[in-house]
Write a protein that binds this ligand. Structure first.
Ligand code: AMP
Length: 455
């Protein structure tokens, strides 16, 4: 099947062709006709499946089908909400690429950078707005953007938005939109929370889904290495050195852990940078660019920062620490083995993490092969310790307590043990993904946006 048969116009097809896409991916084959028909859509697809073009191409087609209002400022006609800055930037790039031959203006807005240039650009009129929820609400509150002409709403990575505590912001955004509009909801998983959101948001939706990547992926070679916590860094440095690994994405559970490991690897002579929610947008963009162009060999990331990163043909992913949430393992290893490339995903597992590994293997429905490297045998006398989760410990250790954690998160931003994401199903605090940390609640909207941290 080719793109030609999907009902997209010649200008869009030309842009798609220039991207080098020969045929639509499964999610594109399913989603494009639904979106073109004007129906609401509930799509199960994760990053790497081509979902962005799956909603962007037909969205653009629908916008050009209908002439915009003549005269006056262009109203925002399509709104794409995403959980993180990186994802927003990537979607924005795609929208620009796909609309290059159309009379469509697009803009990306997210927190953590100065709001003024965004306000200026909005003033000249934008058809497609890609936004993280917090910054969008800031802009709306300052009358820099009106959302009452939105014809199409896309909620991308809706599961992650709920995980990150965006539900209240999403509700506030929805209240600003006209009642008559097309809604597209994309999510990698369909928890009861997502189903609840979908029920309220979507009208008679068409449901499409593509097989989850990587759960049974043959493209990714996964293996586990049991090793004492204290020797993980040494083993990692050795493997990178001996294997001559040139591009390695390493995951830690905490921001502090990411910083610390990047520093340590630097001391071992391995160029590395950390990327997480406490880094300024400039630093994150630079680190990602350096990593993509080979300037640094190792990018150490937390789950939230890495969400949605599209790094083509990444050969090595290392779980330096296993994630608290098994599904994050699947997301993490989804960074490798993309397209036709094969990849390796290595997990360094210490005695504290055996339960996390069991949970992951339950989700994968198989055991991840074990590998042993002589000289790194585990010391059986070391007892297992509970996984430290700063926010929950500060609150007395209760798991899944989602209440009032805005402060904890802000504190955690500086704390050594803070996790970027907890096991708690949801929390109402402001996520790092959307720019500067702010207090939860409506008052957050009334504060002027924070100046960007110096990059
Ligand atoms: P996404 O899931 O939207 O993040 O897309 C993942 C990657 O697939 C991006 O690098 C896209 O440029 C690429 N992509 C999207 N559609 C296609 C296609 N039809 N053929 C080849 N690559 C594609």
């Amino acid at each position: 099947m080719s793109f030609d048969s999907l009902g997209l116009n010649a200008d869009i097809l030309r842009a798609v062709e220039e991207q080098g896409y020969r045929e639509p991916t499964p999610i594109q084959r399913q989603a494009i006709p639904v979106v073109l028909s004007g129906r609401d859509l509930m799509a199960s697809a994760q990053t790497g499946t081509g979902k962005t073009a799956g909603f962007t191409l037909p969205l653009l087609q629908r916008l050009v089908n209908k002439q915009p209002h003549a005269g006056g400022r262009r109203p925002v006609r399509a709104l794409i909400l995403t959980p993180t800055r990186e994802l927003a930037a990537q979607i924005g790039e795609n929208v620009r690429d796909y609309s290059k031959y159309l009379d469509i203006r697009s803009l990306v807005v997210f927190g953590g950078v100065s709001i003024n240039p965004q306000m200026m650009k909005l003033r000249s009129g934008v058809d497609v707005l890609v936004a993280t929820p917090g910054r969008l609400l800031d802009l709306e509150h300052q009358n820099a953007v009106k959302l009452d002409q939105v014809e199409i709403l896309v909620l991308d990575e809706a599961d992650r938005m709920l995980d990150m505590g965006f539900i209240h912001d999403i509700r506030r955004v929805l209240a600003k939109l006209p009642a008559r509009r097309q809604n597209l909801l994309f999510s990698a998983t369909f928890s009861d929370d997502i189903k609840g959101l979908a029920e309220k948001l979507l009208h008679n939706p068409e449901e499409v889904s593509v097989a989850r990547r990587n759960t049974a992926s043959e493209q990714v070679t996964q293996y586990v290495h049991f090793v004492d916590k204290k020797r993980k860094r040494e083993l990692l440095s050795q493997m990178i050195g001996e294997g001559n690994w040139q591009q390695v994405l390493v995951f830690t559970r905490t921001k502090h852990g990411a910083n610390h490991l990047a520093e340590q690897l630097g001391k071992d002579g391995i160029t590395a940078a950390a990327i997480h929610g406490n880094k300024s947008q400039g630093a994150r963009t630079r680190a990602l660019a350096d990593f993509k162009n080979g300037g640094i060999r190792v990018l150490v990331a937390t789950d939230i920062a890495a969400r949605g990163l599209d790094i083509e043909e990444l050969p090595h992913v290392v779980n330096y620490e296993l994630p608290n949430v098994p599904e994050d393992y699947v997301h993490r290893i989804g960074r490798t083995g993309r397209a036709a490339a094969t990849g390796q995903a290595l997990s360094l597992v210490c005695v504290d993490e055996h339960k996390l590994l069991r949970d992951i293997e339950r989700v994968l429905k198989r055991e991840v092969p074990r590998m042993a490297i002589p000289g790194y045998e585990v010391d059986p006398s070391i007892p297992a310790e509970p996984i430290v989760n700063g926010r929950q410990q500060q609150r007395g250790g209760g798991r899944g307590n989602g209440g009032g954690q805005g402060q904890g998160q802000r504190r955690g931003g500086n704390g050594g043990a803070s996790s970027e994401r907890s096991n708690a199903p949801r929390r109402p605090s402001r996520p790092q993904g959307d720019g500067a940390a702010k207090p939860a609640g409506a008052n957050a909207r009334r504060r002027p946006a924070r100046k960007p941290a110096s990059a």
